[in-house]
Design a protein around this ligand. Structure first.
Ligand code: ADP
Ligand code: ASP
Ligand code: MG
Length: 417
């Protein structure tokens, strides 16, 4: 008997029928003698609907109240899934984030989990119940409801698995694993049987939204065995087959050494570029620009400072598209005149396209092949950043899908490894 955590995303609980199918799948695992903790998201589209409602009432919603509203979607699905399980004759109990005391900090809309009280869950599990927990939500010291950022149910699941020392955390979703690229964009993308934590971290942070990045960080830190698999397969698939399907996120690099240099292509549409034009090329300029940006709690990603000409230079960086206007405002009000810049330019129609693979460590020439591929497609590269296992470029958003497909082809990612 093992303790297993399942997580079902929005599409997987998107209708009464789907919720019943989840119950059927969970019943199969329970019947095999396992203890089950099941984390669910809101029904697909529901969180967007709630956020839209909030904005319709208050264009810049109060963060505390926004979390009160946004967290309700998951409360509906835990209740419905517990009912579906009971309807099948299985003992089950639903818990909100506050009820299992998923204690977080107070950073509304992007709270971090600090501690989880496992006792209420252990008690129910020992009684033979399936424990159903709301994803995405927690509670801070003051008792206020918090949420963990978009896609946060993945993190709830992995954090519960870590706290309960679960045998495995299974992320059931609407694709049957992690692919070499988003299958919605690249039709011949290939499922990866395994991917390393390091690669998954890069893929998630570079825009592959199949797993929330924090969930991967958690899994790596607490060594939680993590698998991404399909919730749309037949719920009665034999357990032995299902438990080895999908993509396993592995800790070791060694088994990948002889495999492909590149594991995947990621892209992120959520980017914006800002250029401070004509700033004096002297010590302290980067700090004068990025200091106020940091103070405004705006995350900066890529940064480029051009070589100076006649003592002047241009300084460019990227931010999340949602924080673009705020960043421009900070620069225009607090930075431009202070450092005597001639102009602040913004472009929120850019995207980031990245190649990820641990094989890059031992193989040269990945970046140049990437640049050649984009050149042949006539796609201009606006910014570049690299790490040991990734090369990322910023391009005009109208080229993003073509860039992803061309790179996928150029690096033979559609061919079996
Ligand atoms: P859930 O609601 O189950 O959390 P998400 O929509 O958050 O599901 O994540 C699954 C989606 O992630 C897929 O439908 C797919 O379009 C997208 N995706 C992006 N990149 C990848 C990738 N490399 N492999 C698999 N899916 C990906
Ligand atoms: N329902 C939340 C969202 O849409 C959390 C999740 O689905 O993981 O972002
Ligand atoms: Mg998700």
């Amino acid at each position: 008997m093992a303790l297993i955590v399942h997580k079902y995303g929005g599409t997987s609980v998107g209708s009464a029928e789907r919720i019943k199918a989840v119950a059927q799948r969970v019943a199969k695992w329970q019947a095999a003698g396992h203890q089950l903790v099941v984390v669910v998201s809101a029904m697909s589209g529901e969180t967007n609907r709630l956020l839209g409602l909030a904005r319709a009432v208050q264009p810049e919603p109060d963060p505390r109240e926004l979390d009160v509203v946004a967290s309700t979607g998951e409360q509906v699905t835990i209740g419905l899934l517990a009912m579906a399980l009971k309807q099948r004759g299985l003992p089950a109990k639903s818990f909100t984030g506050a009820q299992v005391r998923i204690l977080t900090d107070s950073a509304f809309t992007k709270a971090r989990i600090r501690q989880i009280d496992v006792e209420p869950m252990r008690y129910e599990l020992a009684r033979g119940s399936v424990v159903v927990v709301a994803g995405f939500q927690g509670v801070d010291e003051a008792g206020d409801i918090t949420t963990l950022g978009r896609g946060g149910s993945d993190t709830t699941a992995v954090a519960l698995a870590a706290a309960l020392r679960a045998h495995e955390c299974l992320i059931y979703t609407d694709v049957d694993g992690v692919y070499t690229a988003d299958p919605r964009v690249v039709s011949d993308a290939r499922r990866l049987a395994t991917v390393t934590f390091e690669e998954m971290l890069e893929l998630a942070s570079l825009g592959s939204k199949v797993l929330q990045i924090r969930s991967v960080e958690f899994a790596g830190k607490y060594k939680v065995p993590l698998r991404v698999l399909s919730s749309l397969s037949d719920p009665d698939t034999p357990l032995a087959e299902e438990s080895t399907s999908g993509t396993l996120i592995t800790l070791e690099d060694d088994q990948k050494m002889e495999e492909a240099i590149i594991s995947g292509v990621a892209f992120n549409r959520d980017e914006a570029k800002i250029t401070v034009v004509g700033v004096p090329d002297r010590p302290g300029v980067a700090y004068a620009i990025l200091g106020p940006i940091g103070e405004a709690n705006i995350d900066v990603d890529m940064i480029i400072q051009n070589a100076g000409v006649d003592g002047m230079t241009d300084f460019s960086f990227t931010v999340n598209r949602g924080e673009f206007q705020k960043a421009l405002e900070v620069l225009n009000t607090r930075v431009k005149d202070h450092i005597k810049a001639s102009e602040i330019r913004g472009d929120n129609k850019v995207c980031k396209v990245s190649l990820v693979g641990v094989g890059m460590r031992t193989h040269a020439g990945v970046a140049s092949k990437m640049f050649r591929t984009l050149a042949e497609e006539g796609i201009n590269i606006q910014m570049i950043s690299t790490s040991e296992i990734k090369v990322a470029v910023v391009v005009d958003e109208k080229h993003v899908e073509r860039a992803v497909r061309a790179l996928h082809r150029a690096f033979d990612l559609d061919q079996a490894a």
